[in-house]
Design a protein around this ligand. Structure first.
Ligand SMILES: NC(=O)c1ccc[n+]([C@@H]2O[C@H](COP(=O)([O-])OP(=O)(O)OC[C@H]3O[C@@H](n4cnc5c(N)ncnc54)[C@H](OP(=O)(O)O)[C@@H]3O)[C@@H](O)[C@H]2O)c1
Length: 343
């Protein structure tokens, strides 16, 4: 396939997604250790909204947005082994997070934040960052995996992996939480989900989630969780709420249970109360996405259980700004996707 001399890319202007520009830039050849990926689809994260406003810690100025993309290899650097033209791939969220613990140097390779991201037609990335897309997934589905799915997987299959029969609580129906529910169900857990909306809870029910709680009509949802678990509390919590939810999560978790500190959609730092945490022997584990190795492990689970990501809405490349606005409105369940190619 002949590669184009120039390609289109979005570039943030550091104010909001409404100010994004599309520009034509030269497509450089891959370095010897890199491949060129033709991006077919990109998915949006809560983080992308923060980056668009220049509010993400450590981000570069005016980056090409977005961390999560899926596409096909169209050129291969001369030292690359194990990958060929036509392979369907995603780059990992942090390009250099191959395995093991995150470090500052690894964090600084985060696509669409610390370095330029994937909201463009082609990208060159090092071969060590690549993960093969499962055959049964479309590019739109596969584009949702690098951040939201891997974060939920890292939580639930980290150092204290969930066991079949565990209770898992996920907060809200956004990207990370819906993947948390799907991974937990695929691993034999019972799932409790909270949401602002009964209509969104119905989507979770169709996925097989057993217990649904509307936190607007039932603001003391932690009591409901305790009732469901006969007073014991849940084994794992996907904690994306932050300040408005952390104390309720601490009531809902079982003694010596796992609270995975992932996000703060209700705003600000949560100020975890130390004494109640100690007296319940709660483990808090903050998560920063995941590695290539964990991504490959997750894909094996997805393939075995044929997990299909929940794609709420797909926007064409030219309407990425509308896609961001839709994400910001929080009307979605699961993931919002940008289709970069026409077919
Ligand atoms: N640490 C990491 O590695 C990592 C990775 C990915 C994401 N994150 C963070 O995780 C959070 C979620 O990200 P995402 O991409 O899944 O977001 P998202 O798709 O935009 O989902 C946000 C959802 O959160 C729910 N929500 C809003 N306010 C809430 C509240 N007060 N209590 C409970 N739920 C509430 C809403 O669902 P309902 O209407 O159903 O309630 C909303 O749709 C963000 O803070 C993000 O930065 C962290």
């Amino acid at each position: 396939m002949a590669l184009p001399a120039t390609i289109r890319e979005y570039r943030s202007q550091g104010v909001s997604h409404h100010d994004f520009i599309i520009q034509n830039v030269t497509l450089s050849k891959p370095r010897t250790n890199e491949v060129t990926i033709k991006i077919h689809a990109v998915s949006l994260q809560y983080r992308d909204l923060a980056v668009s406003k220049a509010r993400y810690p450590g981000q570069k100025e005016k980056p090409v947005p977005c961390s999560d993309g899926a596409g096909e290899i169209v050129a291969v650097g001369k030292d690359v082994k194990g990958w060929k033209i036509g392979d369907r791939v995603s780059p990992n969220f942090a390009l250099d997070h191959i395995h093991g613990d995150v470090t500052e140097a690894i964090k600084n390779t985060g696509l669409g934040g610390q370095i330029d991201g994937v909201l463009r037609e082609y990208i060159n990335v090092p071969a060590h960052s690549l993960v093969r897309i499962p055959d049964y997934l479309t590019y739109e589905e596969a584009s949702t995996l690098p951040c939201a799915a891997l974060t939920a997987y890292n939580a639930l299959h980290g150092p204290v992996p969930l066991k079949g029969g565990d209770y898992v609580l996920v907060l809200g129906t956004g990207g990370v939480s819906i993947f948390g529910a799907q991974i937990a169900l695929a691993s034999g857990a019972t799932v409790i989900i909270t949401s602002s909306s009964d209509a969104k809870l119905e989507v979770a029910k169709k996925l097989g989630v057993q217990h649904l709680i509307n936190y607007n009509t039932n603001p003391n949802w932690e009591d409901e969780v305790l009732k469901i678990t006969q007073g014991r509390g849940v084994d794992h919590i996907i904690e994306v709420g932050g300040i408005d939810t952390i104390q309720k999560s601490m009531k809902a978790v079982r003694y010596a249970g796992q609270v995975h500190i992932i996000g703060y959609v209700s705003g600000g730092d949560s100020g975890i109360p130390i004494r109640p945490a100690i007296h319940k022997a709660i483990t808090f584990r903050a998560i920063l996405i995941g590695s290539v190795t964990q991504f490959e492990d997750m894909n094996r689970l997805f393939i075995t259980r044929q997990v299909h990501p929940v794609v709420d809405k797909v926007f064409p490349f030219e309407e990425a700004i509308e896609g961001y606005s839709y994400l910001e409105s929080q009307k979605h369940v699961g993931k919002v996707v940008i289709k970069v190619t026409k077919n």
